[in-house]
Structures are given as C-alpha cells and as structure tokens.
Write a protein that binds this ligand. Structure first.
Ligand SMILES: [Cu+2]
Length: 301
C-alpha cells in the first residue's frame, strides 16, 4: 500500500460520522480507483546504456514559496529544471511563477528526463498528450517515493503541438497540480516551421488557472469531499501564475499558446473589442487551415 493512500484514508476516517456515511456512498468507480493503491510497487526506472539522448534534463519537483499576492508569500509545489544536454531553447523559465519551465522539443528528438522527487510525498510526472511508451508515461503505478529518481527515455513522435506535464500519482494528482506542479510542453517540427508563424517574443504561452486563497495568501484545496470529486472554482484567475497578468504588445500578429490548467473551470476567451480570434491549432496540433471565431471555449486539459 502506498503512503499516499494511508494518509488520505487516515484523514478521511478522522472525520465525523457524516464523513463515514459519505464513504459508504462513494461510487464503485471511485472505490475501484482507491484500490489501485494496492498495486505492487515497481522500482523506479533507470537510464538504459543503449539510449543516446539528443536532449537530457533534470526535472526536480519540490516544495517552494512564491510571491503571488501582496503580502505573505504562498507555499507551493514547483518544478525546476536543469539542462544536462541539448539546445538552450529546450527550457524557458516563466519568471516569478510557480509554473514549471516551458519545455520545448523537436519532433524526432531522443529525450531523457531524470525526475527527482524532492516533495515530502510520492509523485510521478505524466506527459499529457505525448505519444510515449506506457512505462515512461508516468502512470500512477510508476509513482516514486520522496527522494527517488525516475528516468524517462523516449523519442518525440508528436507533431508540432502544445502539451502539458503534470504529476499523476494515485489520489493526489489534482492536489499536486493545484499546488503548482504543471508546465507546458511545446513541440516543433518542419511542417510548422514552413508556416513562419510568429516566434520569439511574439509567441507567448498563456496558462490559465483559478485558485482559492485564504487570509494568509495560502492555497486552499478541496474544502470538502464534493470539491475533491467534482473539482471546484477558485476566487482568482491567474495567468502564468500571476494575479493581474498584463502584456504590453506591439500592433502585429502574436501566437498565443493557451492552456487551461484549472481543476474545473471552463473559459470563454474573446477580445473585448469583439475582434475575431484566429484559431490555428487545438490539442492535437495545427488545424488544416486557420479559422476565425468570435470566441474560444477552453476546458481544463
Ligand atoms: Cu493529464
């Protein structure tokens, strides 16, 4: 049995009789998920000698603090990365943000990522949207304990697209993402380069998340079981980890790489002067042709 399940059960049963009734009423699918915690543990994957990476990076997840609101800094969990091998553009930090660095890969690259779990709890990282073999996709059964290292090795098979990396341990995925563990993955390829889309400072990742803060600027997660099961809304919407995100722009075309990293909220995005939004891509990558829309709906993903 994993540590995470022990603590969450303990916390749960420490509640009142009403809590126990809620447990009895837990739907079968949720109980089935709970039981996944009984799966035998797999030792953390190590680097293989016959894999020769084009890109290698150390990815660390650990507790941290960051100033989000005026006053007291907020305790978060955060990804930090260091490039061991490969092009410098692989990593882009988002200054002053709890979000992990933007990872930029090229289709066809051989990639090694050494995940160091320096949280005080088990975790594993999942590459949401990437086509990778199951044993390096961060399924909950590969969760590692605090202090352990898991080595991912895969070739980038995706076409140009935006994806997301986030923890995927059993039971605590949403909680860890909510506390800051998430980041964007951008994949580039030849097809995309031929389009000569806006790049450099004109290509802007925009990660939207809503969060709930208490009086001392700390994140509040899941006030009750219903929040935990259904997701919940925050009272502040953060863009790239900032509460009042503002971007000074030139009057020219920009490419916004928009990601909804909220637990439940769906956004309707539009320009306030009613200019159309030109959509050039979705989850899987670029569209056949751009489409103009009055607004865009974006669900968490
Ligand atoms: Cu995911």
């Amino acid at each position: 049995m994993s540590n995470s399940i022990n603590t969450s059960r303990r916390r749960f049963f420490a509640q009142s009789g009403a809590g126990l009734m809620a447990w009895a009423a837990t739907p079968a699918w949720l109980r089935a998920m709970e039981n996944m915690g009984d799966m035998p543990k797999i030792p953390p994957r190590k680097a293989s000698a016959n894999f020769h990476p084009d890109v290698e990076l150390d990815l660390v997840c650990k507790p941290s603090t960051v100033a989000i609101l005026p006053g007291q800094p907020t305790r978060v969990q955060q990804y930090f990365a260091k490039l061991v091998k490969g092009p410098a553009q692989t990593l882009t930090e988002i200054p002053g943000s709890y979000l992990g660095p933007v990872l930029r890969f090229e289709k066809g690259q051989k990639i090694r990522i050494n995940l160091h779990n320096q949280l005080n709890e088990p975790s594993i990282t999942h590459w949401h949207g990437l086509h990778v073999p199951a044993e390096v996709d961060g399924h909950p059964q590969y969760t590692i304990d605090s202090g352990q290292v898991f080595v991912y090795e895969f070739e980038m098979l995706n076409r140009a697209s935006m994806n997301i990396y986030h923890p995927h341990p059993h039971n605590t995925t949403a909680e860890q993402v909510y506390h800051g563990l998430a980041g964007a993955i951008l994949v580039n390829d030849e097809e995309e380069r031929r389009l000569e889309l806006p790049g450099g400072e004109y290509e802007v990742p925009i990660v939207i998340q809503d969060k709930l803060f208490d009086d001392s600027n700390q994140l509040v997660y899941a006030r009750h079981m219903r929040d935990r099961m259904m997701g919940f809304y925050g009272d502040r919407i953060l863009v790239n980890g900032r509460p009042n995100f503002q971007l000074d722009v030139a009057s020219r075309a920009y490419r916004f790489r928009v990601l909804n990293g909220s637990t439940a909220r769906i956004y309707k995005l539009a320009w306030d002067d009613k200019s159309p939004v030109t959509v050039i891509g979705t989850d899987g990558g670029l569209l056949e042709a751009p489409v103009n829309k009055p607004y865009v709906m974006l669900a968490p993903g």
